[in-house]
Write a protein that binds this ligand. Structure first.
Ligand code: GLC
Length: 587
């Protein structure tokens, strides 16, 4: 058992005590873009601390922070040089401790991101590996291999980077000659660790303890399906073009839509989600990853307070994702099948059933998520009419772009449905303001490595990462004290700013706040789903405890059933539930 430094004494008392993670509403903070205390245009930890009151008011249970560790920021912090320190752009360890203390004082738990698949190429280990000879202990912490072909001039295999281009980069050896190649499933600045090496495993145990001792409540584990590669690193050609955040590439909302239907009796059919992540790729979902998480779970369980592990594992199908949350492994896994489901009643019923079955079968809660820092914001995505593979992003040249108001309407209806489901829900900063994807970023402002590695063919993820608006008429819309913002903010931010929506009936912010409050009041997150019959096929209708939820994905209004209306995603003039609207009623 660890001795706890005094600053993390477990003196705070949470609303939820037992197995809090089964029902938690977890809010993702993308530190670069949340709030900027020092006015340099980049968000920081002090900014987060200063805005925790707003998150408490929103009614969330925990925050998850994307990486704030020391990093050259080639992939916005998912390229770490020091796993146990704060990048000066974001503050100091003292700022981190202050943020955790303030969050805990407000009953908000703190989950941090852990990036174990790869480090930055500026990490001391990788620099040592470059300086050392082939076959050395230094190189053995990463995946260095000799090339094929004449003088090793071809990469060791044909794997492609998730961000585009080859997954191998050749180094120059000490003698100035071209030498070995190293593997990077992402950018060339993100070399993959060799997780068969015990030295790597021991280092990550140290990193876990470092943050647990500082009082964090858990870890979101980046690329949790990628750390082990198949023996011999065999060639692999994906059946469809790749490009997602690690493997489920090619699974588009449209693809799912196409494969889901109803049988003659109106019963939803199983979606046939492409399983390239699960079955084929020699770098995703290898069985060997699970022993790592069993080891980590045992380590976390030494600590009081139910610290958790949440897997970012882009794996199909859900029954396979459930392996990550078996009782002795992680607590939660992101439900990306749900995120990738189109706004279609049959598809939604199918994925909800599949989620509850798959996670329930191993005793884990389902999670639900519609947006994060890697995907097109759902206020835009759910209404895009052309295929848009995940990770490709949207920009001025993209086809099928929706207009704002109808997109937002659908997104609000989708959120109201999601927050009525049993399990843990993830929210991404800014969705509570109804922020759309920012399409019209100037090319020279874009920073996602995807944009550079595909020579502008894929826009990448910058459009969902634009700094938040807090005050409609302040410089940088209140993001910080100056008008600096690392990505330019659109003029639309003025009307969407938090101060424009706070306390305003019918605003997106008010809807999120009300939904989170009713979700808690009615115990929806610990309830269950009972499908209701007698509704048109394009309506999702369910009962969870004493609440009836009706979501209209069709194109005609329907009459609401009897019962007091508890929540609606749009203001209703009468008891007609218009298209793209969700209502909660007391059963
Ligand atoms: C995860 C992160 C993504 C990052 C990638 C490489 O998918 O969510 O933002 O680029 O891993 O670390």
């Amino acid at each position: 058992m660890q001795a706890f430094p005094s600053f993390v004494q477990m003196s705070y008392s949470f609303r939820m005590t037992s197995e809090w993670w089964r029902t938690a509403a977890i809010y993702q903070i993308y530190p670069r873009s949340f709030a900027d205390a020092n006015g340099d245009g980049m968000g920081d930890l002090a900014g987060i601390t200063s805005r925790l009151g707003d998150l408490h008011d929103l009614g969330i249970d925990a925050i998850w922070l994307s990486p704030f560790y020391t990093s050259p920021q080639r992939d916005a912090g998912y390229d770490v040089t020091d796993y146990c320190d704060v990048d000066p752009r974001f503050g100091t360890l003292a700022d981190f401790d202050a943020m955790v203390a303030e969050a805990h004082a407000r009953d908000i738990r703190v989950i941090v991101d852990l990036v174990p698949n790869h480090s930055s190429d500026q990490h001391v280990w990788f620099q040592a590996a470059l300086a050392a000879a082939p076959g050395s202990a230094e190189r053995a912490r990463y995946l260095f291999r000799d090339g094929h072909g004449t003088a090793g001039g071809l990469p060791p295999n044909n794997w492609e980077s998730v961000f585009g281009g080859p997954a191998w980069t050749r180094v120059t050896e000490a003698d100035g000659m071209p030498g070995q190649w190293y593997l990077h499933l992402f950018d060339s600045s993100q070399p993959d660790f060799d997780w068969t090496n015990e030295v790597v495993r021991e280092e990550f145990r140290r990193i876990l303890r470092f943050w647990l001792d500082r009082g964090v409540d858990g870890f979101r584990v980046d690329v949790a399906h990628g750390m082990i590669k198949a023996d011999g690193l065999p060639d692999y050609t994906p059946p469809t073009a790749g490009g997602s955040m690690g493997g489920a590439g090619g699974v588009t909302a449209d693809a799912l839509h196409d494969t889901v239907g109803t049988d003659a009796t109106g019963v939803a059919l199983e979606p046939e989600i492409s399983d390239e992540a699960g079955d084929g790729a020699p770098y995703w979902a290898q069985d060997g990853v699970h022993e790592i998480y069993r080891d980590w779970r045992a380590l976390l369980d030494e600590y009081p307070g139910e610290r958790i592990l949440a897997a970012e594992a882009w794996v199909d199908p859900l029954s396979r994702v459930a392996k990550w949350v078996r009782p002795d492994e992680m607590h939660q896994a992101f439900n990306f099948a749900y995120l990738e489901t189109p706004w279609d009643a049959a598809a939604l019923r199918t994925v909800i059933d599949a989620s509850l079955d798959a996670f329930g079968a191993v005793g884990a809660p389902s999670t639900w998520v519609l947006s994060n820092h890697d995907v097109v914001r759902h206020a835009t995505r759910l209404s895009v009419t052309e295929p848009n593979p995940q990770g490709h992003g949207l920009g001025p040249r993209s086809a099928g772009l929706p207009s704002y108001a109808p997109g937002l309407r659908r997104a609000r209806a989708a959120t109201a449905l999601m927050l009525a489901l049993p399990g843990s829900a993830y929210l991404y900063q800014g969705e509570e303001l109804g922020l759309p994807e920012v399409i019209h970023l100037p090319d020279d402002a874009r920073q996602d490595p995807t944009w550079f590695r595909t020579a502008g063919e894929r826009y990448g993820r910058d459009g969902c990462r634009v700094p938040l608006p807090w005050e409609g008429s302040a410089p940088s819309y209140g993001f910080g004290p100056s008008d600096a913002s690392w990505l330019p903010q659109p003029a639309q931010w003025a009307e969407l700013a938090r101060d424009q929506q706070r306390g305003v009936a019918g605003s997106t912010l008010s809807m999120y706040r009300d939904a989170l409050a009713r979700r808690r009041e009615h115990g929806l997150a610990s309830g269950s789903v009972e499908w209701l019959t007698g509704y048109p096929a394009d309506v999702v209708a369910l009962r969870n405890g004493d609440v009836i939820v009706v979501a209209n994905t069709g194109s005609t209004a329907i009459e609401l059933p009897a019962g007091d209306v508890l929540l609606t995603s749009e203001v209703l003039a009468d008891r007609a539930l218009a298209p793209d609207t969700t209502a909660w009623l007391r059963a």
